[in-house]
Design a protein around this ligand. Structure first.
Ligand code: PXL
Length: 279
């Protein structure tokens, strides 16, 4: 695949190793032209820090999109992550319509929760609005918590294959019966977790080791590495495996440092991701 121009829309948490400060370096390291649209600027992310500052950039989104369109600048992929409000969800839907190149891939990480709960800034109304953005995705990248909110399914800590199959079918229906669902954090045994890729009634599962320490920001690392690999021409299941292995390496590199609780040290292992893309 030739040099790809990717737009990623999410917040900038100035400190915290998530959203744009993760997506921009990872996509660039994968060899893509990476354009950014910050939805908000926060001093830190919202999970675990207190008294963080937030500057909402909602007002700027339509004007930036209009400027790009007027300048004939279009994107090969548009990848969205953490957004600030329901208004921004609507703005992103307009950006899908206005700023996409022919054949553009719309990739939605409905970043809004984990471990059965929504992140502090979100409520049920936001989760419902997120369903309408997911309906426009070519590729959807939820974790199980997000999948539950998107499909009005009860969250369970342990489950069987039928439960996961039910989630996948409902997510696929939400996308209008087209596209690809990449469901992360799917584990049927205590010592493993994994990722399921679902399209057209066909499920592919990649189980991998589970690292006891949960780290913040791994969803963003995963989604960014997935998009990076996919836009290098890797098939979705291959991209899902590469993203899983890279995310595991990030956690392994971080897990022995108790002071680094707010994110993963993804930078020192970026070269390993670049190696994985060569194979
Ligand atoms: O990693 C997801 C994320 C992104 N951006 C902000 C967040 C979070 C998760 O809490 O707070 C601002």
């Amino acid at each position: 695949m030739s040099y790809q121009r990717i737009l990623t829309i999410q917040d900038i948490s100035c400190l915290g190793q998530c959203s744009l400060t993760v997506a921009l370096p990872i996509l660039s390291a994968c060899g893509h032209e990476t354009c950014i649209l910050p939805s908000a600027v926060l001093s830190t992310h919202t999970a675990g820090f207190k008294d963080y500052t937030v500057r909402d950039l909602s007002e700027d989104l339509p004007a930036i999109s209009a400027h790009w369109a007027k300048s004939n600048l279009y994107f090969d992929a548009i990848y969205t992550g953490y957004l600030g409000s329901i208004t921004q969800i609507d703005d992103v839907k307009n950006i899908f319509r206005t700023n996409a190149a022919v054949g553009c891939m719309n990739i939605v990480d409905p970043a809004m929760g984990d471990n059965g709960k929504l992140y502090p800034a979100f409520d049920k109304a936001y989760a419902n609005a997120m369903k309408t953005l997911c309906a426009e995705a070519d590729i959807l990248l939820p974790n199980i918590t997000e999948a539950c909110y998107l499909t009005d399914t009860e969250y369970r800590e342990s489950y069987d294959h039928a439960y996961i199959e039910g989630l996948l079918e409902k997510l696929y229906a939400l996308m209008g019966g087209k596209g690809i669902v990449v469901l992360t954090g799917v584990g049927y045994h205590p010592e493993t977790t994994g990722v399921t890729v679902y399209a057209d009634g066909k499920e592919q599962y990649y189980p991998h080791r589970r690292i006891a320490r949960g780290c913040h920001g791994t969803g963003d690392v995963y989604a960014s590495a997935f998009v990076g690999a996919l836009m290098k021409g890797k098939p979705a299941f291959e991209a899902a495996k590469i993203a899983a292995e890279y995310t595991l390496r990030c956690i392994e590199y971080t897990q022995d440092d108790p002071t680094h609780w707010y994110g993963v040290k993804f930078e020192p292992v970026l070269s390993e991701l670049m190696e994985m893309l060569k194979s």
